[in-house]
Design a protein around this ligand. Structure first.
Ligand code: NAP
Length: 244
């Protein structure tokens, strides 16, 4: 089957774009990093890295890709950077789809904004009480040196690769999360500090409201910068309008 549109995914938006293209009878390939053992997908999927910018450029050429939708997570910085470079090199149009962040959220001014995980870990270590760590599997271990002796609930979709302190609670869960469920979680563990990333969107937003209700501190990690000059859209419909 000839591939026309490459959708870089790993997000609900990536799935939605690939599905919508398939529904329109278009040839779309959803690309996943291959980190999740049982990804939720429908339609043609490829899995695993391309091998950097050159690998992706080769893939675009050999598979005859005519346009790319980068619907990776706002924190998937390397993939977005590689996509921008490879598409420019091969001359394939690229649309970056990122859901709106939480910087305009009504509660945003009450949060402690930090630049990266190192700052977030340092900030959380200064705050008192049980911590809900919602920073993704890949970065959970970064917090061990700072929070080793604390009551930490680390919520992840997949087991982090490495040892966690025995007193930490590892919670396997994948969004969307409801406000009722988040209230229960905060209450069960008496959470007073939430550490999270500015992932944006509604599917994981309830924790921010649950934190506010409990007067818990929120340590919010800012989004990384996007490559300059990208065509950016913030919803699935606008991404489709660009490529269909
Ligand atoms: P990353 O740091 O930007 O990517 C690291 C490498 O993984 C890339 O250079 C690329 O390898 C490969 N890769 C990433 N996304 C890919 C894709 N969609 N298809 C094929 N290869 C991909 O990304 P990450 O933060 O590790 O995230 C990995 C995946 O998880 C992404 O697809 C992202 O959408 C999803 N995700 C990430 C987060 C997060 O917080 N970072 C949260 C939810 C979901 P090569 O250089 O070999 O091509």
């Amino acid at each position: 089957m000839e591939i026309v549109i490459l959708v870089l995914g790993g997000t609900a938006e990536g799935r939605a774009v690939a599905q919508a293209l398939a529904d329109r009878g278009m040839l779309a390939m959803l690309s996943l990093a291959g980190r999740t053992s049982q990804p939720l997908t429908a339609g043609p999927v490829r899995s695993g890295g391309f091998g950097g910018i050159e690998g992706l450029a080769t893939y675009l050429r050999t598979e005859g890709v005519t346009s790319v939708v980068d619907a990776t997570h706002p924190f998937a910085e390397s993939m977005s950077h590689n996509a921008a470079q490879a598409c420019a090199q091969v001359g394939v149009p690229l649309v970056r789809l990122t859901r709106p962040g939480w910087s305009e959220h009504p509660l945003a001014n009450s949060w402690l904004w930090v630049e990266d995980h190192a700052q977030a870990a340092a900030a959380a270590s200064e705050l008192i009480g049980p911590v809900l760590l919602s920073v993704g599997r890949q970065h959970t271990l970064d917090y061990v040196p700072h929070l080793e002796d604390r009551h930490v609930v680390a919520r992840v979709a997949e087991r982090p690769s490495g040892m966690l302190p025995s007193r930490w609670v590892l919670l396997f869960s994948r969004g969307p999360f409801t406000l009722t469920g988040e209230r229960e979680l905060f209450s069960q563990h008496a959470i007073s500090v939430l550490v999270t990333k500015d992932s944006g969107g509604e599917l994981t937003e309830a924790k921010l409201r649950a934190a506010d209700e409990r007067n818990a501190y929120v340590v919010m990690i800012r989004r990384p910068e996007m490559p300059e000059g990208l065509t950016q859209v913030s919803n699935v419909e606008d991404a489709l309008a660009r490529v269909v």
